[in-house]
Design a protein around this ligand. Structure first.
Ligand SMILES: [Mg+2]
Length: 327
């Protein structure tokens, strides 16, 4: 895991400017494709014109290749928006990817909003999507912890997503740590000393430790903010336990997304701004990856990680053309 700021050497990233190294809060203006590689499909497709009942002619794309050739998992925070501010061109890019026949799933480690709220906010940014195209960590937790007694340190906004989980204040058989919010008061209320000490006590008497994610920090409109991975690591340190991560980069999270798209991992792509959770995580499951230079992207973090994405793009706005040029 790499912190948001550290001295730079940029041996590998010789072409990265100082401006990029200190990076803006959303999109860099540079365009860079570092690693040429085989793109996802569709390798073959035919475009057909169809006329709707209203007489309007639209261009439809019918894929005739393998259904596995064009599955794309898109991270949300830092790829489509930063703190609710859309990345320029994100909505158009999503529309272009759909028009080109790619199958999309939005995979997010966001822990501050319900899926319905997230979908509504993305649609307000003109990003077309259905609620059930978004895969969230609270829903992954609901699947993993169904029927169990759980002490949950999570933001109130996602409690309703933990359907089927018995939320308790003591005698828990699992402790669930959620993510931080940009609002320090909300985050402080969830991760108070009292609550962390209560979680420690439950773990000390045999409860299992789970977390929605273990992100160290994330990029906001005000800059990098400490995330709840620090609290997870603290509880691991105190108890000697290792937390089970339910969101990215865990195997079940990626596999659920691939299953939803009926895609083979080696023929699917992950697009993200997090070199660890998005890129390294997806590579571990055999997927192709593209890192965007928006959100929490830091050239030094990429260099230090030793992880090689298949491509690095200025932002998601460049993705449709990048794919198209390689078909
Ligand atoms: Mg992200």
């Amino acid at each position: 895991m790499t912190g948001p700021t550290r001295p730079t050497t940029r041996r590998f990233w010789a072409s990265v400017s100082a401006v990029d190294a200190s990076t803006s809060n959303d999109a860099s203006t540079r365009v860079s494709e570092v690693f040429a590689c085989c793109p996802p499909g569709p390798l073959e497709r035919e475009k057909r014109r169809s006329t709707s009942d209203t007489g309007r002619t639209t261009l439809r794309v019918t894929r005739i290749d393998s259904p596995c050739m064009s599955a794309i998992l898109l991270d949300v925070d830092g790829v489509l928006h930063v703190s609710g501010r859309p990345i320029p061109g994100a909505a158009e890019a999503v529309a272009s990817l759909r028009e080109a026949g790619h199958r999309l799933r939005f995979v997010t480690n966001s822990t501050t909003r319900s899926r319905a709220t997230l979908a509504t906010e993305l649609r307000a940014m003109s990003i077309e999507l259905e609620d059930d195209e978004i895969q969230t960590t609270p829903r992954a937790a609901a699947r993993a912890l169904a029927g169990r007694r759980v002490l949950a340190l999570t933001l109130p906004a996602i409690i309703d997503e933990l359907e089927g989980v018995e939320l308790v204040g003591d005698s828990a058989d699992a402790v669930l740590i959620g993510g931080a919010d940009e609002d320090p008061d909300q985050t402080g209320a969830v991760f108070s000393y009292l609550n962390l000490a209560r979680a420690f006590a439950e773990l000390d008497t045999g409860a299992e430790l789970f977390c929605l994610h273990k992100n160290a920090w994330w990029q906001t409109g005000r800059g990098p903010l400490l995330d709840s991975g620090a609290f997870v690591a603290g509880l691991e340190y105190a108890t000697g336990l290792e937390a089970t991560v339910l969101g990215k980069p865990s195997a079940p999270f990626f596999l659920a997304a691939l299953e939803a798209l009926d895609a083979d991992p080696e023929l699917a792509w992950m697009i993200g701004d997090d070199i660890d959770a998005d890129i390294a995580g997806a590579q571990k499951h055999g997927m192709k990856t593209a890192l965007v230079r928006t959100g929490k992207f830091r050239p030094d973090a990429v260099e230090d990680s030793g992880v090689m994405p298949d491509a690095i793009l200025s932002s998601i706005a460049d993705l449709p053309d990048w794919l198209e040029r390689r078909v």
